[in-house]
Design a protein around this ligand. Structure first.
Ligand SMILES: Nc1ncnc2c1ncn2[C@@H]1O[C@H](COP(=O)(O)OP(=O)(O)OP(=O)(O)O)[C@@H](O)[C@H]1O
Ligand SMILES: [Mg+2]
Length: 359
């Protein structure tokens, strides 16, 4: 999977732009606010039809314009690939792949795959469990679309179970208890499968994470990741039975895969509370890169790697180590603070005044 050329029209700060990419490492350099992330965001949009910054589609349309176009040409599984999207402020986005309009925009998912590392990823290490669960679940879907259906199924079961608990208002009559038994059985089955898939993914990630971290940190650091679920010891069925009284009293499901977490440690200490800012950032990056390797393995081709502002908070040694250990395949990287001393990118682009020029 590779992109050779990207065109933007009325995207964010760009009136028009044409960007030629190296099949290896392309670096976008420029001061704050010049439009580096805008380029990565546009490329990411072609993969997911969304912004990795969490911005609504309208925000990607240049101020004053009514629509925007993102177009990219490249190669996928030995065949040429042309993706064209038109972003419309008031209406549905149009998507063409190899000049064929897609019936449903979501058919685009999987045509182009990207791995994104962005400054907000620090939250994976520093933030609460919600982000880490979403991370695992997104990685599962990237490795196989069937997990999308499983996640929706679990969400649906929990919604129904919670509605029942809330409706019971602290007292479960016989009929409600019977229905709750049914939701519990469903949650044990689907929720159990989801937790198992997450654990299996972590099992694959574990050695890669520790290798990738050591490579970025430039020395061995004993990084570990464990799946944390209160219920694993007794099993989900028994845990649900035990927590039933509590669940009824509080009107929510207090145990299950929607409460699970993963714990990251560096040198035996929990990274969330003990690691330095630079270590946390290195760890978040290592997590992304390790997942990138797993997805490359499972799908048979490397996603395009988008590294936004990756050198900030990394010392020059770590920055160099990162570049020396980039996964095979195509990478786009932005930096506002130049490049580390030993960097030898295949292509340098300078972003200034709405223009992108070869540097
Ligand atoms: N819809 C839009 N229309 C016009 N300009 C926009 C739009 N959205 C964002 N911009 C402009 O784009 C610029 C931000 O671009 P971007 O986030 O790519 O900067 P950057 O080069 O990544 O900067 P930094 O180094 O600070 O991360 C801002 O100046 C902003 O005003
Ligand atoms: Mg930026």
């Amino acid at each position: 999977m590779r992109l050779d050329r990207v065109w933007l029209a009325d995207v964010r700060s760009y009136v028009t732009a044409e960007i030629e990419l190296s099949p290896g490492l392309t670096v976008l350099l420029g001061h704050n606010g010049e439009g580096k992330t805008n380029v990565l965001e546009a490329v990411g949009f072609l993969a997911t039809l969304g912004s990795f910054r969490g911005a609504p589609t309208e925000a990607l349309i240049r101020q004053g314009a009514t629509s925007a176009v993102i177009r990219a040409e490249g190669e996928r599984e030995g065949r040429s690939l042309l993706i064209e999207t038109e972003l419309v402020a008031s209406g549905r986005n149009r998507v063409l792949v190899n000049r064929q309009p897609l019936k449903r925009a979501r058919d685009l998912l999987g045509v182009l795959r990207v791995t994104v590392f962005a400054p907000d990823d620090l939250d994976l290490v520093k933030g609460g469990p919600v982000g880490r669960r979403r991370y695992l679940d997104d990685a599962l879907v990237a490795s196989h679309p069937r997990y999308d259906a499983l996640q929706s199924e679990v969400d649906k079961i929990l919604k129904q179970r919670n509605a029942l608990l809330k409706g019971a208002q602290g007292r479960l009559d016989e009929g409600a208890a019977f229905t709750l038994d049914i939701w519990d059985a469903k949650l044990v089955e689907s929720g159990g499968r989801l937790a198992e898939a997450r654990q299996h993914l972590l099992h694959r990630l574990r050695p890669l994470l520790s290798q990738t971290y050591d490579a970025v940190a430039n020395r061995p650091a004993a990084v570990t990741v464990t799946y944390v679920a209160e219920w694993t010891e007794v099993g989900l069925a028994e845990a649900l039975a035990t927590s039933r009284r509590d669940d009824v009293r509080r009107g929510v499901s207090t145990t299950g895969p929607h409460r699970d977490d993963m714990e990251l440690r560096i040198g035996g200490l929990p990274a969330r509370t003990h690691a330095s800012q630079g270590e946390q950032r290195s760890l978040a990056l290592a997590l992304r890169l390790a997942t990138h390797h797993v997805i490359t393995d499972v799908t048979g081709s490397a996603p395009v790697l988008l590294l936004d502002d990756v050198f900030s908070e990394l010392d020059p040694d770590r920055s160099d180590a990162l570049l020396a250990n980039l996964p095979a395949g195509q990478t786009l990287l932005t930096s506002a603070s130049g490049l580390p001393p030993k960097a030898t990118p295949d292509r340098i682009l300078r972003v200034h005044d709405g223009q992108i020029t070869l540097g």
